[in-house]
Design a binder for this molecule. Sequence first.
Ligand code: SF4
Length: 189
Amino acid sequence: MIYLTLCLTHDCNLRCGYCYAGRKRAVSMSRKTAFRSIDFGLQQACREGKALGKMPEIQIGFFGGEPLLEWTLLQECREYAEAESSRAGINLKWTLTTNMTLLTEERVVWLMEKGFHLGLSMDGNAAMHGVWRNYPDGRSSHAECVAALEWFKGREHRAELICVVNPANVKHLEESVRWMGGPAGWTSC
Ligand code: SF4
């Protein structure tokens, strides 16, 4: 399996204290670069499949910065890779990691229909999440994450919550795990 990760933008609407994505800049990947990267990944998958004597496989992931800032480009990449891989007989898998704040119900439904495995970055309950996962003005992004969780309820999905635990927020971990499986209604974390 070939793994291709596309960072569609250097920008993000959050400023998490532990972020390792570097300085936030409103610089996005061009469509041409994105498509050429996909072409390269598909070529590598074909090469690997041939060498191993099995069906070529590739997993394409979108990572940050926050990929949902480039929603149109993301959809275009999905469409392009789907067409190219089906022409070449390549098995394709999709992943997306998001801070959840730019999800809408319509986007969640689209991502589910398109077979994405979603990594949802949410550190825990309000106390734990608010230690690090904040907007530039210091406001916590917890409320937006909680709102987004609602769109997953009652729907079959392939999504997981990603919680970053470190010395500054670990004291809230036990309560957070209880909250996620209880009031937050997240049963698959
Ligand atoms: S959401 Fe991700 S990319 Fe954005 S600041 Fe937080 S850790 Fe960094």
